[in-house]
Write a protein that binds this ligand. Structure first.
Ligand SMILES: [Zn+2]
Length: 325
């Protein structure tokens, strides 16, 4: 079966057969549950007159503003109930797009701040998440992550993250948003608590900051995987460190290009990372904003001519939990 899937994947890439590609199992291990849907279908289903944003964000604040408008438009001060409805419709849109694209394994990132946003206690929150994921579980394997927004007040993060860790519902811990704020050292006790429960440890690093920040995040937080981590390509030493520790980078090429961290698929540092023995996966990050599905990411990389289909098949396989990590 595995062998046949690889053959199908290679054939889909080399012949440009998008419908065949969607029949090959793929994983998406770096995507945010509230931002993984298809913009146009979601806006239509919600009856919103929201316009699609730009596909280039030289300023990270413009990206954050667009995210906020998806979360709250057209409300000025949405109620907890309005936020709850909005987010659950966005979560559903993420699962629907992944399934339509043939993704078979997903690690969607939820945020600890949802406890506050929906004004729920942890039992109710987990029950609501479980009820929704149960609707999709026959079509896709779901291993949810819980993330912290690093720009939030640390006290609010601590109040909301510990119940999420203790709930046992989440597969992995993550931290995200502008990495220039909220140094990794602040989160050490939280990461240690998650490690004790057996959760996988991830963090966004090396998306906006340099290779040394990737290394520092891995060391300080004892990470298993890095979300993005692309700036590691700028340092042989840091790449050697990641390779020796077998740290996997969960990369989202369209996100990196549209947030102006690299110019194009052709210049994307995945090539350098692979050449230095780093294990990588290819993912979507925020499909509702970047407008690209998992299959699109693989096709765009292949079309550069810089990767063989066999090499990208290995990248595809890296995303599954049994990939030998
Ligand atoms: Zn991300």
């Amino acid at each position: 079966m595995k062998e046949q899937d690889s053959q199908k994947f290679i054939k889909a890439l080399t012949t440009g057969d998008r419908s065949l590609m969607q029949k090959v199992p793929r994983a998406d291990v770096h995507n945010h549950a509230a931002l993984g849907g298809d913009f146009h279908s979601w806006v239509r289903s919600e009856g919103l007159d929201l316009k699609e944003g730009a596909h280039s964000f030289p300023d990270f604040t413009d990206f954050q503003n667009l995210v906020n408008s998806i979360f709250t438009y057209p409300y000025k001060n949405p109620t907890n109930k309005q936020l709850q409805e909005r987010f659950f419709s966005l979560f559903a849109a993420s699962y629907e797009l992944a399934i339509a694209d043939g993704v078979t394994y997903i690690e969607p990132g939820y945020d600890s701040v949802f406890l506050d946003k929906f004004d729920m206690d942890i039992e109710l929150l987990i029950r609501k998440f479980s009820e929704q994921t149960a609707l999709f579980k026959d079509s896709i394997s779901i291993a949810p992550d819980i993330g912290m927004i690093r720009v939030m007040d640390l006290k609010d993060i601590e109040r909301t993250i510990y119940p999420c860790i203790e709930s046992g519902f989440f597969n992995a811990l993550d931290i995200f948003a502008d990495e220039r704020m909220g140094p990794p050292e602040d989160f050490v006790p939280i990461y240690r608590a998650a490690k004790k429960t057996g959760m996988k440890l991830k963090a966004h690093a090396g998306e906006l900051l340099d290779a040394d920040f990737v290394r520092r995040s891995v060391e300080v937080l004892e990470l298993d995987e890095v979300q993005h981590g692309i700036s590691a390509a700028g340092s042989k030493e840091v790449m050697r460190f990641l390779e020796e520790r077998k740290i996997r980078l969960n990369i989202c090429p369209s996100s990196n290009i549209q947030l102006c961290q690299t110019e194009s698929f052709k210049t994307h540092p995945i090539r350098i990372l692979l050449d230095n023995g780093i294990k990588v996966t290819v993912n979507t990050d925020d499909a509702i904003i970047f407008g690209k599905k998992s299959s699109d990411e693989f096709f765009s990389l292949f079309e550069t001519g810089a990767y063989s289909a066999e090499e990208l098949d290995e990248v595809r396989l890296n995303g599954f939990p049994d990939s030998g990590l």
